[in-house]
Write a protein that binds this ligand. Structure first.
Ligand SMILES: NC(=O)c1ccc[n+]([C@@H]2O[C@H](COP(=O)([O-])OP(=O)(O)OC[C@H]3O[C@@H](n4cnc5c(N)ncnc54)[C@H](OP(=O)(O)O)[C@@H]3O)[C@@H](O)[C@H]2O)c1
Length: 263
């Protein structure tokens, strides 16, 4: 039995991609899971798989994080069921491709709601309990996009810059409390992300993508080790180093060219 096995882990966006694979990682630890997303059927299928494979409890919560009232509703529902969350995995997120002025403003605002506001709201609701109990932590799924501005995906890149900055600051605030915060910042990953954006097709990334299971297990390991930052893949460490040393105009141009080259 693993020391983590008495933990309850809430994972947002567990119905596909990185979130689904993170659920598999925490299930293998023996944790109780709360799986959250809009696609109930996908969540139920995963919950069934994990209950059978790991003999764990897995609760499915259907919820839309683009609705401002959702985090408080989830918090209340879990409190009502007597479920204490030890680890919060803020993974749900989406992007939208195209110049800011040409995209519906509604998408951009919903993106901020899911990628930033819901993540902050859930953290604000669940973290105080963890601090009080002096155990647990938060695993936030950011992105390599958080390290630079993203012409052609401006709000998405900016939302991930928020996730990165927020997570690193929290990690520092909580140092020595027994709690840890990790920002998992993957590069292009093979998931539904590139195909789905509020039902709109996104342009296809031609970049080589890392399997979602590899990204998730890297992030899970980093979280277990209490690392504030998890960047899967050494080429991305080189890229981040270049982003830091290159003049900002050059970084902006390169990011814009990369995003446009996705057609
Ligand atoms: N794929 C990449 O290249 C890549 C790279 C870096 C970072 N990321 C980040 O990784 C995270 C997971 O994305 P992914 O790549 O695994 O894509 P994905 O397969 O599309 O998964 C996204 C997850 O978020 C959930 N979600 C989206 N909108 C939601 C909403 N309004 N309410 C509740 N849940 C919602 C989806 O569930 P439902 O549709 O069932 O609601 C799904 O489970 C995101 O934060 C993304 O920004 C992805």
């Amino acid at each position: 039995m693993n020391a983590a096995n008495s933990e309850t882990v809430l994972i947002t966006g567990a119905s596909s991609g990185i979130g689904l694979e993170l659920a598999r990682c925490f299930a293998a630890d023996g944790c109780r899971l709360v799986l959250l997303a809009r696609n109930t059927e996908a969540l139920e299928t995963l919950a069934k798989e994990l209950r059978q494979a790991h003999k764990i409890d897995a609760l499915v919560l259907t919820a839309d994080l683009s609705l401002p009232e959702t985090p408080a509703r989830i918090f209340k529902e879990l409190q009502g069921r007597g479920i204490r969350v030890d680890v919060l995995v803020n993974n749900a997120g989406f992007g939208a491709n195209g110049a800011f002025a040409g995209l519906p403003l509604q998408w951009q605002l919903e993106m901020i709601q899911v990628n930033i506001t819901a993540l902050t709201n859930l953290t604000g609701l669940f973290l105080p309990g963890m601090v009080e109990r002096r155990r647990g932590g938060v695993l936030n799924v950011g992105s390599l996009a958080g390290f630079l501005p993203g012409p052609g995906m401006a709000v998405y890149f900016a939302s991930k810059a928020y996730v990165l900055s927020f997570s690193e600051a929290l990690a520092e605030e909580l140092a020595g409390t027994g709690l840890t915060v990790t920002a998992l910042c993957p590069g292009p990953t093979a998931t539904n992300f590139g195909n789905v954006s509020h039902g709109q097709k996104m342009r296809r990334l031609n970049t080589r993508k890392m399997p979602a299971a590899t990204v998730a297990s890297y992030g899970h390991r980093a979280f277990r080790k209490g690392k504030p930052l998890a960047i899967p893949g050494w080429p991305y460490h080189v890229l981040i180093f270049l982003i830091r040393i290159l003049p900002r105009w050059c970084v902006r141009k390169m990011a814009g060219l990369f995003n446009r080259a996705k057609e």
